[in-house]
Design a protein around this ligand. Sequence first.
Ligand SMILES: C[S@@+](CC[C@H](N)C(=O)[O-])C[C@H]1O[C@@H](n2cnc3c(N)ncnc32)[C@H](O)[C@@H]1O
Length: 216
Amino acid sequence: MSDFENRHKEKFLRIFEKELKKIDKPIILEFGVSKKALSTSIFLEYCEKKNGHLYSVDLVDYSYHFKSNNWQFIHCKDDDYDKIESIIPKNFDIIYLDTIHTASHVEKILYHYFDKLNIGGVFVVDDTSSLPYLKKREKNNFSLEINNYETFQKLLEIFNSNHENLYFESSFIGTGAVKLTKLNDNKLKRSKTLSDRRLSFLNLVRKIYLKLKRIV
Ligand SMILES: C[S@@+](CC[C@H](N)C(=O)[O-])C[C@H]1O[C@@H](n2cnc3c(N)ncnc32)[C@H](O)[C@@H]1O
Protein backbone atom coordinates (compact mmCIF):
# COMPACT_ATOMS: atom_id res chain seq x y z
CA MET A 1 0.00 0.00 0.00
CA SER A 2 1.35 3.49 -0.88
CA ASP A 3 1.84 6.19 1.74
CA PHE A 4 -1.24 7.98 0.38
CA GLU A 5 -3.39 4.81 0.66
CA ASN A 6 -2.14 4.21 4.20
CA ARG A 7 -3.20 7.70 5.21
CA HIS A 8 -6.58 7.34 3.52
CA LYS A 9 -7.15 4.10 5.43
CA GLU A 10 -5.93 5.56 8.74
CA LYS A 11 -8.19 8.61 8.34
CA PHE A 12 -11.13 6.40 7.42
CA LEU A 13 -10.66 4.04 10.39
CA ARG A 14 -10.25 6.92 12.83
CA ILE A 15 -13.23 8.97 11.63
CA PHE A 16 -15.52 5.92 11.76
CA GLU A 17 -13.91 4.38 14.87
CA LYS A 18 -16.87 4.87 17.22
CA GLU A 19 -19.52 3.86 14.66
CA LEU A 20 -17.60 0.77 13.51
CA LYS A 21 -17.44 -0.39 17.14
CA LYS A 22 -20.88 0.39 18.44
CA ILE A 23 -23.48 -0.07 15.67
CA ASP A 24 -25.01 -3.53 15.33
CA LYS A 25 -26.61 -4.48 11.99
CA PRO A 26 -25.30 -1.29 10.37
CA ILE A 27 -27.05 -0.01 7.27
CA ILE A 28 -24.61 2.02 5.18
CA LEU A 29 -24.92 4.11 2.02
CA GLU A 30 -21.67 4.88 0.23
CA PHE A 31 -21.13 7.17 -2.76
CA GLY A 32 -17.85 6.50 -4.62
CA VAL A 33 -16.22 3.04 -4.86
CA SER A 34 -13.22 3.37 -7.26
CA LYS A 35 -10.80 0.76 -8.62
CA LYS A 36 -9.24 0.32 -5.21
CA ALA A 37 -12.54 0.06 -3.30
CA LEU A 38 -10.82 0.80 -0.01
CA SER A 39 -13.84 2.27 1.79
CA THR A 40 -16.09 -0.42 0.30
CA SER A 41 -13.88 -3.25 1.51
CA ILE A 42 -13.71 -1.86 5.06
CA PHE A 43 -17.46 -1.19 5.26
CA LEU A 44 -18.27 -4.59 3.79
CA GLU A 45 -16.02 -6.50 6.17
CA TYR A 46 -17.76 -4.74 9.04
CA CYS A 47 -21.25 -5.42 7.60
CA GLU A 48 -20.42 -9.11 7.19
CA LYS A 49 -19.22 -9.31 10.80
CA LYS A 50 -22.16 -7.39 12.24
CA ASN A 51 -24.92 -8.65 10.00
CA GLY A 52 -25.41 -5.27 8.32
CA HIS A 53 -25.88 -4.13 4.74
CA LEU A 54 -23.85 -1.87 2.48
CA TYR A 55 -25.25 -0.01 -0.56
CA SER A 56 -22.49 1.40 -2.79
CA VAL A 57 -23.15 3.84 -5.64
CA ASP A 58 -20.71 4.64 -8.47
CA LEU A 59 -21.11 5.88 -12.04
CA VAL A 60 -18.50 3.29 -13.12
CA ASP A 61 -19.58 -0.35 -12.89
CA TYR A 62 -17.60 -1.72 -9.95
CA SER A 63 -20.02 -4.54 -9.24
CA TYR A 64 -17.20 -7.04 -9.95
CA HIS A 65 -15.36 -6.08 -6.76
CA PHE A 66 -17.25 -8.32 -4.30
CA LYS A 67 -19.81 -11.11 -4.13
CA SER A 68 -21.63 -10.85 -0.83
CA ASN A 69 -25.17 -11.08 0.53
CA ASN A 70 -24.34 -8.01 2.59
CA TRP A 71 -23.54 -5.82 -0.42
CA GLN A 72 -25.51 -4.20 -3.21
CA PHE A 73 -23.83 -2.17 -5.93
CA ILE A 74 -25.90 0.56 -7.60
CA HIS A 75 -24.56 1.62 -10.99
CA CYS A 76 -25.49 5.30 -11.45
CA LYS A 77 -24.64 8.86 -10.43
CA ASP A 78 -25.13 9.93 -6.81
CA ASP A 79 -27.84 12.41 -7.88
CA ASP A 80 -29.89 9.83 -9.79
CA TYR A 81 -32.36 9.99 -6.92
CA ASP A 82 -35.17 7.97 -8.57
CA LYS A 83 -32.96 5.00 -9.33
CA ILE A 84 -31.19 5.02 -5.97
CA GLU A 85 -34.38 5.46 -3.97
CA SER A 86 -36.08 2.59 -5.76
CA ILE A 87 -33.38 0.31 -4.30
CA ILE A 88 -32.26 1.65 -0.90
CA PRO A 89 -34.12 1.40 2.41
CA LYS A 90 -35.57 4.46 4.17
CA ASN A 91 -32.94 4.85 6.90
CA PHE A 92 -29.19 4.61 7.35
CA ASP A 93 -26.66 4.61 10.18
CA ILE A 94 -23.83 5.85 7.99
CA ILE A 95 -23.76 7.84 4.75
CA TYR A 96 -20.35 8.37 3.19
CA LEU A 97 -19.74 10.78 0.30
CA ASP A 98 -16.56 10.43 -1.78
CA THR A 99 -17.48 11.36 -5.37
CA ILE A 100 -17.28 14.97 -6.60
CA HIS A 101 -15.44 17.20 -4.16
CA THR A 102 -16.94 20.60 -4.93
CA ALA A 103 -18.82 22.59 -2.31
CA SER A 104 -21.99 22.85 -4.42
CA HIS A 105 -22.11 19.09 -5.14
CA VAL A 106 -21.45 18.15 -1.51
CA GLU A 107 -24.16 20.58 -0.38
CA LYS A 108 -26.67 19.15 -2.89
CA ILE A 109 -26.06 15.52 -1.91
CA LEU A 110 -25.92 16.26 1.83
CA TYR A 111 -29.28 18.09 1.84
CA HIS A 112 -30.90 15.41 -0.28
CA TYR A 113 -29.87 12.38 1.78
CA PHE A 114 -29.51 13.82 5.29
CA ASP A 115 -33.17 13.10 6.21
CA LYS A 116 -32.46 9.40 5.66
CA LEU A 117 -30.03 9.24 8.58
CA ASN A 118 -31.16 7.72 11.87
CA ILE A 119 -30.75 9.90 14.95
CA GLY A 120 -27.15 9.29 16.08
CA GLY A 121 -26.22 8.42 12.50
CA VAL A 122 -23.33 10.09 10.71
CA PHE A 123 -22.80 11.75 7.33
CA VAL A 124 -19.12 11.75 6.40
CA VAL A 125 -17.70 13.88 3.58
CA ASP A 126 -14.29 12.88 2.29
CA ASP A 127 -11.66 15.32 0.94
CA THR A 128 -12.20 18.42 3.02
CA SER A 129 -8.62 19.52 3.69
CA SER A 130 -6.87 21.92 1.33
CA LEU A 131 -3.52 21.54 3.14
CA PRO A 132 -1.91 18.73 1.03
CA TYR A 133 -2.82 20.68 -2.13
CA LEU A 134 -1.11 23.96 -1.10
CA LYS A 135 1.69 25.26 -3.32
CA LYS A 136 4.64 23.79 -1.46
CA ARG A 137 2.98 20.54 -0.39
CA GLU A 138 3.27 17.10 -1.98
CA LYS A 139 -0.04 17.24 -3.91
CA ASN A 140 0.29 20.88 -5.08
CA ASN A 141 -2.92 21.42 -7.07
CA PHE A 142 -4.76 24.72 -7.42
CA SER A 143 -8.28 23.50 -8.19
CA LEU A 144 -8.27 20.70 -5.58
CA GLU A 145 -6.92 23.14 -2.98
CA ILE A 146 -9.75 25.58 -3.67
CA ASN A 147 -12.44 22.86 -3.94
CA ASN A 148 -11.50 21.35 -0.59
CA TYR A 149 -11.24 24.77 1.06
CA GLU A 150 -14.69 25.77 -0.23
CA THR A 151 -16.20 22.42 0.79
CA PHE A 152 -14.83 22.77 4.33
CA GLN A 153 -16.15 26.35 4.59
CA LYS A 154 -19.55 25.27 3.28
CA LEU A 155 -19.73 22.45 5.86
CA LEU A 156 -18.80 24.94 8.61
CA GLU A 157 -21.62 27.24 7.43
CA ILE A 158 -24.09 24.34 7.38
CA PHE A 159 -22.99 23.33 10.86
CA ASN A 160 -23.23 26.90 12.16
CA SER A 161 -26.82 27.21 10.90
CA ASN A 162 -27.68 23.85 12.50
CA HIS A 163 -25.48 23.77 15.61
CA GLU A 164 -28.34 22.58 17.83
CA ASN A 165 -28.97 19.62 15.53
CA LEU A 166 -25.46 18.40 14.68
CA TYR A 167 -22.00 17.58 15.93
CA PHE A 168 -19.16 18.56 13.60
CA GLU A 169 -15.89 16.62 13.77
CA SER A 170 -12.99 16.87 11.39
CA SER A 171 -9.86 14.97 10.44
CA PHE A 172 -6.85 16.56 8.75
CA ILE A 173 -5.11 13.26 8.09
CA GLY A 174 -4.27 13.00 4.36
CA THR A 175 -6.89 14.88 2.35
CA GLY A 176 -9.20 15.23 5.36
CA ALA A 177 -12.80 14.39 6.16
CA VAL A 178 -15.71 15.92 8.04
CA LYS A 179 -18.20 13.93 10.11
CA LEU A 180 -21.63 15.36 10.88
CA THR A 181 -23.58 13.47 13.56
CA LYS A 182 -27.36 13.85 13.46
CA LEU A 183 -28.70 14.68 16.94
CA ASN A 184 -32.43 14.91 16.29
CA ASP A 185 -35.06 14.75 13.56
CA ASN A 186 -35.15 18.51 12.87
CA LYS A 187 -34.98 19.42 9.23
CA LEU A 188 -31.53 20.63 8.16
CA LYS A 189 -31.74 24.43 7.79
CA ARG A 190 -30.16 26.15 4.79
CA SER A 191 -26.74 27.62 5.56
CA LYS A 192 -25.87 31.30 5.79
CA THR A 193 -22.48 32.93 5.24
CA LEU A 194 -20.55 33.08 8.52
CA SER A 195 -20.69 36.57 9.94
CA ASP A 196 -17.29 36.51 11.62
CA ARG A 197 -15.35 39.64 12.59
CA ARG A 198 -11.93 39.01 11.04
CA LEU A 199 -12.40 41.84 8.52
CA SER A 200 -14.17 44.22 10.89
CA PHE A 201 -13.03 47.70 11.90
CA LEU A 202 -12.77 46.45 15.48
CA ASN A 203 -10.27 43.77 14.45
CA LEU A 204 -8.26 46.31 12.47
CA VAL A 205 -8.01 48.47 15.60
CA ARG A 206 -7.04 45.38 17.62
CA LYS A 207 -4.25 44.51 15.19
CA ILE A 208 -2.87 48.07 15.19
CA TYR A 209 -2.99 48.14 18.96
CA LEU A 210 -1.09 44.81 19.22
CA LYS A 211 1.55 46.02 16.74
CA LEU A 212 2.08 49.28 18.62
CA LYS A 213 2.31 47.40 21.91
CA ARG A 214 5.15 45.30 20.47
CA ILE A 215 7.04 48.41 19.31
CA VAL A 216 6.74 50.36 22.55
C1 LIG B 1 -12.20 9.12 -4.84
S1 LIG B 1 -12.98 7.79 -5.65
C2 LIG B 1 -13.73 6.88 -4.34
C3 LIG B 1 -12.71 6.21 -3.45
C4 LIG B 1 -13.29 5.16 -2.53
N1 LIG B 1 -14.29 5.74 -1.64
C5 LIG B 1 -12.18 4.52 -1.72
O1 LIG B 1 -12.06 4.77 -0.49
O2 LIG B 1 -11.40 3.74 -2.29
C6 LIG B 1 -14.32 8.59 -6.43
C7 LIG B 1 -15.28 7.68 -7.14
O3 LIG B 1 -16.47 8.42 -7.37
C8 LIG B 1 -17.02 8.07 -8.63
N2 LIG B 1 -17.87 9.21 -9.04
C9 LIG B 1 -17.50 10.43 -9.47
N3 LIG B 1 -18.56 11.22 -9.67
C10 LIG B 1 -19.65 10.49 -9.32
C11 LIG B 1 -21.05 10.75 -9.27
N4 LIG B 1 -21.56 11.95 -9.58
N5 LIG B 1 -21.87 9.76 -8.87
C12 LIG B 1 -21.38 8.53 -8.52
N6 LIG B 1 -20.06 8.23 -8.55
C13 LIG B 1 -19.21 9.20 -8.93
C14 LIG B 1 -15.82 7.78 -9.51
O4 LIG B 1 -16.17 6.90 -10.55
C15 LIG B 1 -14.83 7.16 -8.50
O5 LIG B 1 -14.92 5.76 -8.54
